[in-house]
Design a protein around this ligand. Structure first.
Ligand code: KIV
Length: 327
């Protein structure tokens, strides 16, 4: 039984609702997406941390994407994507802000649960937003609990360096699996004056390796490394044993992640490392244009509703018997 279904059961027997805003993690996905591996029972095998570890051992790269809603998650699960991130990039991609630090925590939890409902057999990682894990250990723990229970997250990602070791240790001991995001950290962009690549000098590379080692020792189950040269990635990979996910970190990583909008060609100015596989932006524009044309031609398509048998005649006879005043 998953943590979320346990939570639902507790809620069902509780005389008082535990928290009125808690979301139910009910799947809207088909029970057996064609691309998912099936177990002996014929049910799709869920992707877990064990799956990623096995893939790392076998040298099989795994695919991850940041996405933000149940429908997209459903299709990406059907595509065989192994891990979906409810990224704080939603602040930019969905809410139209310039920075990830504008991500509201309630929205982050909602989209995490939505993605889990859309892709129940995929490993779902949630980004804890800016300042939701920095002000005190207690607040960080309470917020992490919300992501695990309300958000139904399987893993939580924190933007970190070695100074976050005590927090990672405490969360891990409390049962929260942590992905330590190192390298370029978009939540710190205000300090650096914008997103900048990391690990480009020997000193920076040493720091990156130290961060990765300390965070793994503190319990991190995954490392995510952003915007670093291949040399830095290789040094980190050699230093840790947990799976390493890269974004703009070369091809050596165990897993690769991108923002789905960048992959689809929906982003006007994508980052240099993101190569789109399609130009959905243009396709969306064309679809919108076709709709404008259909509407203006009064040929909207689809199936019209019809009156129930015999009802049209009643309207007809009513209008025939109406007095001039009625008319
Ligand atoms: O929020 C995000 O999109 C990320 C990236 C690493 C994919 O954190």
């Amino acid at each position: 039984m998953t943590q979320c279904s346990v939570f639902r059961q507790i809620q069902a027997i509780s005389p008082q609702p535990i928290a009125p805003t808690y979301t139910l993690c009910v799947s809207i996905s088909p029970t057996n997406p064609s691309s998912a591996k099936t177990s002996d029972s014929g049910l799709p095998e869920p992707i877990t941390l064990k799956t990623l570890k096995r893939m790392k051992r076998q040298g099989e790269p795994f695919a991850c994407l940041a996405c933000y809603d149940a429908t997209t998650a459903r299709w990406l699960e059907r595509a065989g994507v192994h891990l979906l991130l409810a990224g704080d990039s939603a602040a930019q991609v969905i809410l139209g802000h310039d920075r990830t630090i504008d991500m509201p925590i309630d929205f982050a939890i909602e989209i995490t649960a939505a993605i889990k409902r859309g892709a129940p057999h995929t490993l779902i990682m949630a980004d804890m937003p800016f300042m939701s894990y920095h002000t005190s250990l207690e607040t960080a723990m309470t917020n992490a609990a919300r992501f695990m229970t309300q958000g139904c997250a399987d893993v939580i990602k924190l933007e970190t360096d070695e100074t976050f070791a005590p927090l990672v240790d405490r969360m891990t001991r409390a049962g929260v699996p942590i992905c330590a995001h190192i390298g370029c950290k978009p939540q710190s962009s205000s300090v650096t004056g914008g997103p900048i690549a990391a690990g480009r000098t020997a000193t920076q590379l040493d720091q990156l390796v130290r961060d990765a080692i300390v965070l793994e020792q503190s319990g991190a189950v995954l490392i995510l490394i952003e915007a670093v040269p291949e040399e830095a990635t290789q040094a980190v990979m050699a230093a840790v044993s947990v799976p390493v996910i890269g974004i703009g970190a070369g091809s050596a990583c165990d897993g690769q992640i991108l923002v789905v909008n960048d992959l689809l060609g929906l982003t006007d100015e994508p980052p240099r490392f993101a190569q789109a596989v399609d130009s959905f932006g243009n396709r969306l524009k064309e679809a919108g244009q076709q709709w404008v044309t259909r509407v203006s031609n009064r040929s909207i398509g689809g199936q019209a509703y019809s009156m129930r048998p015999g009802e049209s005649e009643k309207i007809q006879s009513k209008s025939n018997t109406a007095t001039p005043i009625d008319r």
